[in-house]
Design a protein around this ligand. Structure first.
Ligand code: UFG
Length: 332
């Protein structure tokens, strides 16, 4: 029997790639999304879409009543580090209330399996590099704090209700579906790779390198970029892991490799064959120096095999999307 999976936030960047991967794997897919940051056009036409807010319990219950959902993939959250520093309550409201509402509906409809998006930002300035799954989590921005709180809420609900959950801590999601049909389109865009590619496409004069005095060899932040379709694949493996009767768990999803902002710029120049001007600028708030995942547990326990773990390939897929959709979803 085909399983029906609910993807909360399935119109978002990671969510839309998740929906695509589920459909590739022949799952039946239901999407909920309030389209506050996501795009209707990003949702594969084979998924059934309900527009509404995860915090709206009546809306959620109406979806759960209509659909025979077997598991929930929860990707619906605000996720911008700098915005969270400016507007912490926006993050605690959306991310925590949305989760609580979803967990209540899941409990009412006896849905046992939850896979949800957590983040490298829960680690703050990590105690070691690469970061192990069990390392101490001490967030240094409200976004990371909200995701750590989500991990804790889920832990206690597991004890009380028999929920089974895998939290997947993404490092820096990047890239796009290889055919360039869906990709990253945030408004405003704050993420490094799409900003670099917008500059390569001549839509912006230069890239700001935010901070050159970090404790890294070239002074710019080091991040671990992981392809969005590899993230999607990990969720399906996590669901199968739970359905096989394994215990709730958390995994770091990254590539085990880090690149500085300057290295990403240089790689993008090689991929696009464009000059991509850049200027040094002050630090943003809330950015740790280095985030790199130890992904060995996800590989060993979930059987995760990232297909796109080369930074040139990651940037190439994002570039293909950019060239196919210079203005994003609105003006194809
Ligand atoms: N950066 C620049 N110039 C820019 C934009 C970004 O120099 O114009 C730098 C940032 O300072 C940072 C790096 O590029 O060092 C990456 O920044 P992004 O905004 O692309 O991504 P973040 O690392 O801030 O955050 C992303 C997700 C979070 C997630 C985190 C995990 O947005 O949700 O990765 O590492 F928690």
């Amino acid at each position: 029997m085909t399983e029906t999976i609910l993807v909360a936030g399935g119109a978002g960047y990671v969510g839309s790639h998740m929906v695509q991967e589920l459909i590739n794997e022949h799952y039946d897919v239901v999407v909920i999304d309030n389209l506050s940051t996501g795009h209707r056009q990003a949702i594969n036409a084979q998924a059934r879409f309900y527009q509404g807010d995860t915090r709206d319990r009546q809306f959620l219950e109406s979806v759960f009543a209509q659909e025979e959902i077997t598991a929930v993939i929860h990707m619906d959250a605000f996720s911008l580090v700098p915005e969270s520093v400016q507007q912490p309550l926006k993050y605690f409201d959306n991310n925590l209330i949305g989760l609580i509402s979803l967990l209540e509906a899941m409990n009412k409809y006896a849905i046992k399996y939850l896979i949800f998006s957590s983040t490298a930002a829960t680690f703050g300035n990590p105690v070691q590099i690469p970061i192990q799954d069990q390392d101490p989590q001490q967030p240094i921005n409200p976004y990371g704090e909200s995701k750590l709180m989500m991990e804790k809420i889920v832990h206690w609900v597991e004890q009380a209700n028999g929920l089974q959950c895998v939290a997947l801590r993404y490092f820096n999601a990047a890239g796009a579906l290889a055919d360039g049909s869906i990709g990253e389109d945030h408004r405003p865009e704050t993420h490094l790779i799409p900003i670099i590619l917008r500059t390569a496409a001549g839509q912006q004069d230069y890239v700001q390198i935010c901070g050159t005095d970090y404790h890294t060899p070239d002074g710019t932040n080091i991040r671990d970029y992981v392809h969005v379709m590899d993230l999607a694949q990990a969720h399906i493996l996590a669901l199968k892991y739970l359905q096989a009767g394994n215990p709730s768990c958390s995994f770091n999803l990254g590539s085990n490799t880090g690149f500085s902002v300057k290295e990403i710029l240089q790689t993008a120049r090689e991929v696009t064959h464009c000059a991509i001007p850049a200027q040094e600028a002050p630090r943003r708030g809330g950015d740790p120096d280095i985030l790199i995942a130890d992904n060995s547990q996800a590989k060993k326990i979930l059987g995760w095999h990232p297909q796109y773990d080369d930074i040139h390939t990651i940037i190439q897929t994002a570039w293909t999307w950019k060239q196919n959709h210079p203005q994003g979803y609105a003006h194809k």
